[in-house]
Structures are given as C-alpha cells and as structure tokens.
Design a protein around this ligand. Structure first.
Ligand code: NIG
Ligand code: FE
Length: 419
C-alpha cells in the first residue's frame, strides 16, 4: 500500500486558487496588506506557492480569475512543524514502560542492555521496506494533525549500513507522503555492542567513516549527539561537532536531559541550530544559546513519560530571549507520542509556556530549529503553500483541546491533503 504512494505520479498542485473567508492567526502571518480585525482575509496560491496574503477587499485584480475556495470563517495557521523525532525504528518498548512503573529507572534499563540498545537490535533486524511501512503509518498520524515539515533522526542503526537504512527511509517518507523532511545523523546516540568498552574508538569511527560517507550520499542535513552520562562525553560531542563542521553541516544536541553536562554551551559555541530537552540547563548554557541564536527545543512528552520532576528553566529562557520550540521527540523509549498538538498543550500545562509561545513553538520557532525559517512556519507570500484551516473560534483552542484529532483542512506542498 505504501509502495503505491511511492510509485504513483504526484497529483497536480490542486490548492491553486484564492482561499477566502479565513482568519489567519496574526502572530503566525506576514500579510502583504494589513488585515483589520474581523476582516475577511484570503490566501492566494499559484503553482503551489503562496502569492498574496491580505484582506479580501484588497485582493489584486490579477488574481480575480483564479478558482475561489470558501473557508467559511476558519482560522488559518501555517503548517505545523515537528522539529525533533526519532520516527524510524523497529519494534517497540512497552515492556520498559511497565518496568519503569514497577520502579526501574531509564538509565538503569539502558545500562542493563535495554533502552536504545533494544531498539538498535530491532532496527538492525528490520528491512528498509519494513521500516518504511512502520514509519509511514506513524507519519500519517502526525500529518493528519497538520504537520507539514518534520525532522527525522538516525541513531538506532549505529553501524554504517543500518544508519544509512534509517536515513534512506526518512528521505523516502518525504517523497512518498509529500512532506518536508530534514534528516539528522545521530550516529553518536549510544554505544553499539561491537564497540563495548571502546567508546572513543566508536566516536572516531563515527567521525572518520560513518558521517563523511553518509554526508557524501546526501543523506545528512544536520548532525546530532546524545551528550549524557549514559551516552557521549562533552569531549566526544565536541569531536563529532568538529567533524560535522568540516563537512559544512549544522549541529544540534540532546543536551542536559538527565544531568548538566555543559552540552548546550558547547553546542552553542558550534553555532547549533538547537539544543533539545534542557531540563538541567544552567545559566551559562542559557547565555551561550542566547548569544548563538540557538533554539531551545522543549520535549514535554519525554519529561512526562519518564515522570521527570525538574522542568526546563522556561522563565530564564524567556527572560534571555532564547527562542523556544516544542516537539514530540517521537521515539519508542521516552516519548511514544504521535500528537504535536498534545505536546503544545503539555508545554503549557507542564512547563508553563503561554498559548502564543506554544503556537510559535510548533510553527515559526520549530522552523528556525531546522534552518527552515525562510520557507516554513509562517503564512507569507513567496513560500510553498503549507497551511491548515481550523473550524475554531480562537487560536487558543488548538492548545486547549486534547485527546482527539481536530477537524481541519490541510494544504501541504500546494496540495489539499487527502490522507
Ligand atoms: O530523545 N535522549 C536520547 N534519545 C531519545 C530517547 C531514545 C530512546 O530511549 O530510545 C530521547 O529522549
Ligand atoms: Fe530525542
């Protein structure tokens, strides 16, 4: 079934026309002419690209002949962006969920050969097509809620052929489902069994062999590392970052999730696109991120699943003006979540974000975390047509309701989504 999606020729960009009778969320829109409160606004799509955004009363005559679609007063947001996921993997880890409920700790399970290593075994055992089918089903769930761009990491292969398999699946997903995919190489996620007791040798292998090879194959958009007591040291993280920069690749980091390793400050010094998790982030880390313009990616699903009690320092991040994004961190261990809107809700209830911060966190700021700020995350002319129409009275409802799939009309890459 998923193979049909891959071989079928893409349909024409059928969203072309004037979408009228809508209310774009002001903070997420850059109009071509000011839209007075309560005005009937429209979006013009031509060739799959947004050509004009403004009040219907000022629609340029040149667009008058295009087909018109009536949005019936719907709220319009940019397509949502999930900027941190581990979407491609084999198996699942419900057993560890049960063990943690019985008192086991995440780090303890990892040290006992479970955790990431368990997902590595299942991912290595799965074929590329099997991984594609599993991940496509997960991606469909995210797309149905309005996601138009997604980051997908490797990191459950930990050997060249298996990391390649994961990244190839990520690229195929983007093509088959018509969604923007940014890949991150996360070879430094955990130590594979072949390198037991040889963490430095594995780090060298990642830097000298795996990363350059996969980058040369065009499979790597950015480079990530898990810097943690149970993963890679600060020095090894720096080594991977230097290898990335030598290839002209931007970096990001799983930083200060379980302890303060000083990873965020290091990543910021390497011009990181983002530092993610951040429950144990220090004042130094915040200052460095602010100076570098790195985005703080908040992952309330992992915090919730691990029943963590220390939230990230939101107040201090806000005071420093560090941009904050929100993502699912979808993965089989710490965040088996497939709703970005639920994460926005949890970022408010668990972390204390405001509604506008949460909405920016899954749109404009998430785009920045992926280096896509010039093309995604904002309703503005000149960008690919990625927007969602919601039959809601106010934007806060996007974050307020949870536990259902909201009704919406999705335009993704210039096409009306029918999936
Ligand atoms: O983002 N922290 C490291 N990586 C994942 C979890 C990976 C796993 O447990 O499989 C995360 O939480
Ligand atoms: Fe993660």
């Amino acid at each position: 079934q998923m193979h049909d999606a891959e071989t079928r020729p893409p349909p024409p960009p059928d969203a072309d026309g004037v979408w009228q009778g809508l209310r774009p969320v002001a903070e997420l829109t850059q109009a071509d002419a000011p839209i007075p409160a309560g005005a009937d606004a429209c979006l013009v799509v031509q060739g799959g690209v947004l050509r004009w955004v403004g009040p219907r009363a000022q629609l340029p005559a040149a667009f008058g002949a295009l087909p018109h679609f009536d949005a019936q007063g719907a709220l319009a947001t940019p397509g949502l962006i999930d900027c941190h996921t581990h979407l491609v993997y084999g198996g699942q880890r419900a057993n560890e969920f049960a063990l943690r409920l019985a008192g086991a700790g995440y780090e303890e399970l990892a040290r006992a050969g479970g955790g990431i290593a368990a997902s590595v075994r299942a991912t290595r055992a799965a074929s590329e097509d099997a991984l594609f089918a599993l991940a496509a089903a997960r991606l469909q769930a995210l797309l149905a809620e309005g996601v138009c761009a997604i980051e997908i990491k490797s990191g459950y292969g930990l050997a060249l052929e298996h990391e390649r398999k994961q990244l190839r699946v990520a690229r195929r997903l983007g093509q088959a489902l018509g969604v923007t995919v940014r890949t991150s190489f996360l070879g430094a996620h955990a130590l594979p069994p072949e390198y037991a007791g040889r963490r430095q040798d594995y780090t060298d292998h990642v830097c000298q062999h795996m990363l350059p090879t996969l980058a040369a194959e065009g499979l790597v958009d950015a480079v990530d590392v898990f810097c943690e007591r149970i993963a890679f040291t600060l020095a090894q993280t720096g080594q991977v970052f230097r290898a990335a920069q030598a290839l002209g690749l931007r970096v990001k980091l799983h930083a200060e999730q379980l302890s303060d390793m000083g990873g965020a400050a290091l990543a910021a010094r390497h011009g990181a696109l983002s530092c993610d998790h951040l429950e144990h982030l220090s004042a130094e880390g915040i200052a460095a991120m602010q100076a570098a313009g790195s985005v703080a990616v908040l992952l309330p699903g992992a915090y919730y699943t691990l029943r963590d009690t220390q939230p990230p320092p939101i107040e201090a991040l806000r005071a420093a003006g560090v941009p904050m994004a929100v993502s699912t961190d979808h993965n089989p261990g710490t965040s088996p979540a497939l709703s970005l809107l639920l994460m926005a809700n949890m970022a408010c209830t668990l972390f204390g974000l405001t509604v506008p911060e949460a909405l920016a966190g899954i749109t404009t700021q998430a785009a920045r975390a992926l280096g896509l700020q010039d093309s995604h995350g904002l309703i503005a002319s000149g960008r690919p047509a990625n927007f969602v129409l919601w039959p809601l009275a106010e934007a806060a409802e996007l974050v307020y309701w949870y536990g259902h799939k909201p009704a919406c009309t999705i335009v993704r890459q210039g096409r009306v989504a029918r999936d």
